[in-house]
Design a protein around this ligand. Sequence first.
Ligand SMILES: C[S@@+](CC[C@H](N)C(=O)[O-])C[C@H]1O[C@@H](n2cnc3c(N)ncnc32)[C@H](O)[C@@H]1O
Length: 241
Amino acid sequence: MAVRASDSATWVAEGQEKRAAVQRMFAAIAPTYDVCNSLMSLRGHHRWRRAAVDALQLKPGDTVADICCGTGDFFMPLRQAIGPQGKLIGLDFCLPMLERSSTKDEQAGRALGDAGRLPLRSESVNAVTVGWGIRNVPDVDAAHAEIFRVLKRGGRFVSVDMAVPKSALVRAVSNLLTRRGLPILGAIFRQREAYTYLPESTQRFKTREELRTSMEAAGFRDVKIRDFFFGNIAMHLGVKP
Ligand SMILES: C[S@@+](CC[C@H](N)C(=O)[O-])C[C@H]1O[C@@H](n2cnc3c(N)ncnc32)[C@H](O)[C@@H]1O
């Protein structure tokens, strides 16, 4: 499926237009998502996921929801933390991505749904993960509020996503690499717009502090931020009091 070239590119679209454009884009790149992810992060994403899961301080038997779960790359470290008796639910609004997650954890429940309106009961999960997902949702504040709603008291939320490096030097090098390298990947995988979306949406995304403010407005406390990959990736951790 080709990504539609529209008047508003995916990275400038807002609201329902962004929702539909993002959904189409991930449906188009689903078959090559895992291989590209590993290439672009130099396989570092596995380490960052593990650090995020460690920060959740999960116990065997806990219930965790992985929102915007995509192909399910958070499932393995989560399952290791919650054990076979734990409950894992993956949610995504893009069926071709969600379908691919079935190979990552056969036990996990899967739901086709929107991050802005979670099909989960209030105070029903011990933790929520979002990996490279929050940047794509049209209303980040609404998604944070939904995540807060479904968490039990004392529950933890971790989000890992792209960020703009704080150092000017690293920013310059990263810009050069992403603006030169990603279009090459886009050409190889015939998804030019999708691989332009990553740097463009990162530039337009909320800053670390804006994300902290949004989480705090939803009710999260003790919000902590940790950078990875020279500040190209940031992790936000919050607790529901
Ligand atoms: C970059 S992928 C990340 C997948 C996975 N979390 C990971 O860590 O590899 C982003 C995922 O978020 C999903 N997504 C984007 N917006 C969404 C929304 N509003 N509701 C549910 N899923 C959404 C996309 O379909 C896609 O699978």
